[in-house]
Every structure is written in C-alpha cells, then in structure tokens.
Design a protein around this ligand. Structure first.
Ligand SMILES: Cc1cc2nc3c(=O)[nH]c(=O)nc-3n(C[C@H](O)[C@H](O)[C@H](O)COP(=O)(O)O)c2cc1C
Length: 353
C-alpha cells in the first residue's frame, strides 16, 4: 500500500492539475453522483466552488432504452458543468450498450457504470451492487459499454457484497481489463449501506492492484479528510458526496489545502447566501418554480444545518411555496448572522434502502 503518514497534513505532492484517465481536472476532489440531489443546479454550484468534475444522478439504462423523457431530462447538462459523466445502472451487456449509444446524443464527457447502489429496488432487479456477486457478467457489461461508443467509461463499485465477500480488488482488475478508464471505490460493502466507517485501506489495496486511476470515496467530511484519503491510499482523486450537500465550499477548502498546505476559513453567511440563492435560481430555471421550490427544501435544510437559529427557520421555511418567499426568508435568515466563518457540521441524510 502506498500509504503516507496519516498524521502529516502536508500538501499532496501532485501538480494542481490532476490527470484522471482521459481527463485533466482542475481539482483532485470530484462531486459524487447522488440520486435526488446532483441535478444540473447542484452540479453547477459545486463546479463553481471548485469540484474537479461532476456526475449525474444514477439513471436507468432501461429508461434510456425506452426513450424515457425523465431519463433524458436528468442526463441533460450545461457546458459549464464539464467534465461531466452520465451515470447509469444496467443489468446486462446489451441493455448497457444500447443505453450508451442512446445517451451519447447528450454528449457527456463519459459514462459511469453503477455497481455500488445498495437500494433494494435496484438489487432485486439484479442491478447496482448485486453485480458485485457476478464478476464475469459485470465485466461483460463494462466491455459492451466501452465498445458501444467512443465515449470513455468509468465504473463505481463498493468493497463487495458483504464482509464475507470483499472482492473490490478482483472487480477493479476485471473492469480495468474490460476497458474502464478509472474505478471509483466507495469503501463500504453493500450490506453496510451508508453506515459504519469507510474502510480506506481497501482503496489502497485496489490502487496497488490496478494501473487505471482510482477515485477514493467514503467519509470525506471536510478538507483535511480528503488529503488524508489521498495520502493514506495513494488514490488519484477523492469523491465527495454528503459533505457537499448544502456546502459546496468543501471543494474550495480542499483545493486551498492541497495548493497551499493550510486550511482556508469556512464560508461566511454572505457567501452562503450567495450560493443558496444561486442554487435555488438554477433549480427554478431547470424545473420551474413549483417543483423547484419543493425539491429545494432538502437542500435548504443542508445549507442551514448547524447554524444559529436554524431550527425555527427550518420549520418556517418548509411551508414556503414560492420562489420569492424562499428568497425573502433566506435573505432574512443569513442577514441576522454575524459575518464570521461558521464551521459546517457533518450531514445526516436518510438514504432509501
Ligand atoms: C442521497 C444519496 C444518494 C446517492 N445516490 C447515488 C447514485 O445515484 N449513484 C451512486 O453511485 N452513488 C450514490 N450515492 C452514494 C454516493 O455517491 C457516495 O458513494 C456515498 O455517499 C459515500 O460518499 P460520502 O461519504 O462522501 O457521502 C448516494 C448517496 C446519497 C447519500
């Protein structure tokens, strides 16, 4: 394992431009695909605050195959989001290849195949992390997707199905042989869902075993975690999920720490207000006022979490129904806070099982 000392927080010795397979990224921190969260608005916000690249929410290959309008709306993106990979799950090679051909119309920078989703609905259809139990089929899905279009294909996996079958190294070797440009490892098994502690040692094991780049993922809650993950495992980039919810500044903080070797201050209320308003505006642009205002509620809860007076604010804000009313409320909320950096507490999101 290429582990550096966990105690040292010196900047990683890598150029600030990070090469990841066919891409040259401006940051070693990338936004995780998150169903229900990483729509175009959240991806734009995270890119604006320094995410090196972004992924769509997980789409269904079958949905693409059936020309499902919802699938296409979820895959759509704006040029400023690039580098942007569309993530989908598939259960067989033909379906995956068809989906890649159909979704190539959207012209993403790549496709990411999901072999990590632990959700029962997906598993019961033999998708997501269920495929970790059938490496030959998983590899054929990757190979078929790679052959279907010239667009690069990456893969996202977990450590294995459960602790008795931790096969991330074998899976990563198989997807590398099948032509994947990199592999992202969420350092938990399927049976752990999102609980327990991510086992970063396994990311290092995968990194030592394959020649394609490895993105490490799991439990990067703040900037110094990302540095520790890179140093501990030797992985090429860190993927950030929950820590980016309501706090896109995590990317700015990681980039600052990598570049200068010292932390930058947390976001101030006025910076948060700018981000939260922009995020809402972009959601309204994308989804229309009614849907955006409803969908934005979960983001708003994240944007204010841990801040003074957020509890009564949340109760009130959840009742607001117009764009104007939400903007008015968030303006009042943030303007009452002292203009000092507030450290972001960890997020607790209930994820469907
Ligand atoms: C609400 C939510 C939705 C998620 N949806 C997806 C998804 O669509 N595709 C995927 O590969 N992973 C998904 N994940 C997993 C994340 O990409 C990531 O692997 C996981 O949250 C661990 O990273 P973190 O500790 O930085 O949050 C989701 C996670 C959450 C919390």
């Amino acid at each position: 394992m290429t582990a550096a000392s966990l105690d040292s927080l010196t900047p990683v010795s890598q150029p600030y431009s990070v090469k990841l397979g066919p891409l040259q990224l401006s940051s070693c921190a990338v936004l995780a695909p998150m169903a229900g969260y990483t729509d175009s608005a959240m991806r734009r916000i995270c890119r604006r605050y320094g995410a090196g690249m972004v992924f769509s929410e997980m789409l269904s290959a079958e949905g693409a195959r059936r020309n499902n309008l919802k699938t296409f709306r979820m895959a759509a993106f704006l040029p400023e989001e690039r580098p942007y990979f569309v993530q989908f799950f598939a259960t067989n090679p033909e379906q995956a290849a068809d989906a890649a051909r159909i979704l190539s119309e959207v012209q993403p920078d790549g496709f990411d195949l999901n072999f990590g989703c632990p959700v029962r609905k997906i598993i019961s259809n033999a998708g997501g992390s269920a495929l970790l139990r059938d490496i030959p089929l998983l590899a054929r899905i990757v190979e078929a997707t790679v052959k279907a279009t010239p667009i690069p294909v990456s893969v996202k996996i977990r450590l294995g199905w459960d602790k008795q079958s931790m096969n991330a190294v074998e899976v990563a070797q198989a997807v590398a042989d099948a032509g994947a440009v990199w592999v992202t490892v969420h350092a938990r098994t399927r049976s752990e869902f999102y609980g327990g502690k991510a086992q970063w040692d396994w990311i290092g094991e995968v990194k030592s075993a394959v020649t394609i780049p490895v993105i490490g993922n799991g439990d990067v809650r703040q900037a110094d975690d990302a540095i520790r993950l890179l140093q501990h495992t030797g992985c090429d980039a860190a993927m950030i999920g929950r820590a980016a919810m309501g706090y896109p500044f995590v990317f700015r903080e990681i980039n600052h720490l990598v570049q200068f070797g010292e932390p930058c201050p947390s976001a101030t209320p006025s910076e948060r207000l700018t981000a939260v308003k922009q995020h809402l505006d972009w959601m309204v642009e994308q989804w229309g006022e009614k849907r955006a205002v409803l969908d934005f509620r979960k983001h708003l809860l994240c944007y204010v979490r841990g801040l003074p007076h957020s509890v009564p604010f949340k109760a009130e804000a959840m009742k607001l129904e117009t764009h104007l009313a939400v903007v008015d409320a968030i303006q009042k909320f943030f303007s009452l806070l002292p203009e000092i950096p507030f450290v972001q507490p960890p997020v607790h999101v209930k994820v469907e099982s």
